[in-house]
Write a protein that binds this ligand. Structure first.
Ligand code: HEC
Ligand code: HEC
Length: 245
């Protein structure tokens, strides 16, 4: 059985016809990428370290003057690497050839403020886009909710694995005084800790307005969240073996 599994796996790896060969210049760039261990600080298609920004789509974002300057003298926490022109050109070719939006977009977690990745960031962008000037109380509730770790347990538009319910359904299902009590005290016996920092009456009223807003606009916000999150999904099966083609 093991021998069979080994055979099938080997066959699959060596028949990976989707691998797109890199040009000579990009291969030289990849060698530099590996030699300087760029991956310890940067990600490609979600893999790598987190000190620097994701570089999956750096080719479309970073112009060549900036790239050359970063690779030569560094910037901030990016170390000076002293690249010569030829090496910078090879790195540019590598970054250009791996930038393939049809496979997936890089997940910017650091480096580009306000452009987080994942369902939570998409949810927050959907809310921010739908708040108008007349929604001041909802915006205050959103701010009070956001500065506390509510989203660590409560996920957008679905119950989470720790049993925290979808909060966009709360305003229709929980009586106002029960809701106010949960917001004041949590439900420690059931896994909801008292909010930290505590919510005073004004905060609780604002969060209640925010939860009502979620309930009233649930369909539209969920669709917007999905659309924003879809833009950042990744098709793992189409991903060529950049490390080992
Ligand atoms: C010690 C960690 C570290 C290493 C190693 C490192 N970088 Fe960086 N890099 C950073 C940080 C931090 C930034 C953000 C700096 C800034 O924007 O001022 C950055 C920024 C960049 C950017 C600009 C990204 C953007 O979206 O603006 C590029 C391109 C880049 N690095 C390429 C590389 C390459 C190629 C290598 C390997 C040759 C490399 N880096 C090695 C930390 C590192
Ligand atoms: C550590 C995880 C956790 C955190 C953090 C958390 N909750 Fe909860 N929350 C839960 C769980 C679990 C429940 C369900 C308790 C139950 O079964 O009665 C819940 C229930 C609720 C309910 C009642 C829902 C209902 O339908 O009965 C509300 C409202 C609520 N949370 C709001 C919040 C807000 C606002 C925050 C941030 C200040 C927050 N929660 C932070 C875990 C959490």
């Amino acid at each position: 059985m093991l021998v069979l599994c080994f055979g099938v796996q080997t066959g699959l790896v060596y028949s990976d016809v989707r691998s797109v060969p890199l040009s000579e210049e990009a291969l030289a760039g990849r060698e530099l990428w590996q030699g300087y261990a760029c991956q310890t600080c940067h990600q490609l298609y979600g893999q790598g370290g987190f000190l620097g920004p994701d570089l999956t789509n750096a080719a479309t974002r970073v112009d060549s003057t900036r790239l050359v300057s970063l690779l030569r003298v560094g910037s901030g926490q990016m170390p000076p690497l002293g690249f010569i022109d030829e090496e910078a050109a090879a790195m540019a070719a590598f970054l250009r050839e791996i930038d393939r939006p049809e496979i997936g977009r890089g997940q910017l977690r650091l480096g580009t403020p306000g452009e987080g990745a994942g369902a939570q960031a998409a949810f927050e962008r959907a809310i921010e886009a739908s708040l108008g000037p007349e929604d001041a109380d909802v915006a205050a509730g959103y701010a009070a909710w956001r500065m506390r770790p509510c989203s660590a347990c409560h996920f957008p538009f679905r119950a989470s694995p720790v049993g925290a319910p979808d909060l966009s359904l709360v305003s229709g299902s929980l009586a106002p005084d029960s809701l106010d009590r949960v917001l004041a005290e949590g439900r420690p016996a059931k896994g909801m800790p008292p909010p930290v920092p505590p919510l005073d009456a004004a905060d609780r009223a604002a969060i209640t307005a925010f939860l009502e807003f979620l309930g009233a606009n649930r369909e539209q916000l969920e669709a917007a969240t999905q659309a924003l999150a879809a833009d950042r999904s990744l098709d793992w099966r189409a991903l060529p073996w950049w490390e080992f083609p």
